[in-house]
Design a protein around this ligand. Structure first.
Ligand code: HEC
Ligand code: HEC
Length: 427
């Protein structure tokens, strides 16, 4: 049965969403902090079969093409070295595809409408996204910044290759809902622009593998480092002098937050290496943290010392079943475990956690300070974190300094693509 829009919104109420704010004011310059303003299709009435998109407003916000390939040759401060070579023509083609709504069955939904450039290549308005014909998707959208370095893709790590990953959204009936891989390729092949571009760039022309390569190339180029933290920690920038008011440099409160981050064990999972930091432990560990979204479900019950069971959720609660890593391995111990997310650009990528159940960074930190959701079966490293009020403020100040200086460049580059029917041949 198709879920109504309101049911897909997790903890957020539809009425509280700034839907009107999603439409960018005509001609708003990107430099005007526009990455905070949603430019996505508002999707009002999306569940109706006669839905017509209003996302052409995006065209009003044209950005400028940026040399992503050149930027990738000289990776930003704080990031590991990019392995493998990126190809500029593949990046350009992938960018075009990423923004093309025709990639979905009813031609309304592009990759970029869930991974919105102005919203950290994720979605700030919804805890969990809405796909084809208003159908709900159960997990929060991950940011695509620095996805080039992700060892395991999806929150349960079920995929390893960016090239192969694309078929999951393209075919999922609640995302882009295409009938088959052949149907996607046939649609693209019927478009002169795409058929010719693929033939020019790839020996094998348009094929499953080359569609994957193009989309992967663009996403790999979304490198974003060189945050204030990187410039201070890896670039040896000074703290502001005590006397100086408004002095440039790394804020002292954030520096204290970094100490708290290390001392209180956050960095055990959100890791920092000697010359780079992704703030994740890659695919090594999947972690169970009882999130607030689970409040909708019964918590685990202790049957005997050390033995916990979670009662099965009955269909009437209408919450999504999400067993996390267990769905990949089938191992009981992997239930409700998720990949540790990177914290780069975390100030831009709310709401947080796999179910989007926590709206702000302050609330995430307070959540850790309370020992997480309080399930005794939760990862012990997240249960015993003692954080004073001032530790929490310092941690938030630190997390706010992880925003890359490349954000505006990548947003502007993203919006250099014209949308929809105008993509064909760039006319
Ligand atoms: C309806 C919204 C939606 C659309 C459309 C969509 N995605 Fe996603 N994307 C998601 C969600 C939600 C996840 C996390 C799913 C999970 O973990 O099970 C995700 C995960 C990903 C990931 C994994 C990122 C990571 O850090 O593990 C990549 C890469 C990605 N999407 C790329 C794409 C591409 C390319 C397209 C277009 C072909 C696309 N997405 C279309 C919602 C969407
Ligand atoms: C045991 C490993 C572990 C430790 C320790 C840990 N985290 Fe996390 N963190 C995770 C995992 C796993 C998630 C995602 C949970 C989910 O999706 O349900 C997460 C999520 C987050 C998020 C939300 C990110 C997002 O994009 O949704 C923030 C912010 C965060 N952690 C900060 C911290 C801070 C600050 C500390 C220290 C007080 C800390 N973490 C300690 C594993 C850990």
């Amino acid at each position: 049965m198709q879920r109504g829009l309101a049911k897909c919104l997790g903890g957020l109420s539809l009425l509280s969403l700034p839907l009107a704010g999603i439409v960018a004011p005509v001609g708003s310059p990107l430099t005007d902090g526009a990455h905070k303003v949603g430019l996505a299709d508002s999707r009002v009435g999306y569940e109706s079969l006669s839905y017509v998109t209003d996302s052409k407003v995006v065209i009003q916000a044209l950005g400028e093409r940026q040399p992503l390939f050149e930027l990738s040759l000289n990776p930003p401060l704080g990031l590991p070295t990019v392995t493998g070579e990126l190809d500029p023509a593949e990046i350009d083609l992938g960018r075009q595809l990423f923004f093309d709504r025709r990639l979905s069955k009813n031609e309304t939904l592009s990759c970029a409408m869930c991974h919105i450039p102005e919203q950290g290549f994720t979605q700030n308005e919804l805890a969990t996204p809405v796909g084809h014909l208003g159908k709900g998707v159960r997990r929060n959208v991950p940011s695509l910044y620095n996805v080039a370095f992700a060892e395991a893709l999806f929150l349960d790590g079920r995929e390893r290759s960016l090239e192969a990953q694309i078929w999951s959204p393209l075919l999922a009936e609640n995302e882009m809902a295409n009938e088959s891989r052949e149907a996607v390729l046939a649609k693209l092949a019927s478009n002169d622009f795409y058929r010719e571009r693929f033939a020019e760039i790839f020996e094998e022309g348009l094929a499953e593998s080359t569609l994957g390569r193009a989309l992967a190339a663009y996403q790999r180029a979304l490198l974003s480092g060189d945050s204030p933290f990187d410039r201070w920690h890896f670039g040896r920038e000074e703290l502001p002098s005590k006397k100086g008011s408004g002095a440039e440099g790394y804020p002292a409160l954030a520096a204290r937050g970094f100490t708290v981050f290390q001392d209180k064990g956050c960095a055990a999972c959100h890791r920092i290496n000697d010359s780079s930091a992704l703030f994740t432990d890659g695919q090594e560990d999947y972690v169970y943290i009882w999130t607030l979204g689970r409040a909708l479900r019964p918590p685990s019950v202790q049957l005997a010392p050390g033995i916990f069971v979670v009662p099965t959720v009955d269909a009437e609660t209408e919450t999504f079943t999400d067993d996390g890593r267990y769905e990949v391995t089938g191992r009981e111990a992997d239930k409700w475990r998720y990949r540790t997310p990177s914290l780069r650009n975390v100030a831009l990528t709310g709401p947080y956690m796999h179910d989007g159940s926590i709206a702000t960074l302050e609330a995430v930190v307070a959540f850790y300070a309370e020992g997480g959701g309080g399930d005794p079966a939760q990862d012990p490293r997240t249960r015993s974190v003692q954080l004073t009020q001032s530790d929490q403020e310092a941690l938030v100040a630190f997390l706010m300094t992880l925003t890359s200086s490349h954000v505006d460049v990548l947003v502007s580059d993203a919006r250099s693509v014209t949308i929809g029917e105008r993509t064909a041949g760039g006319q």
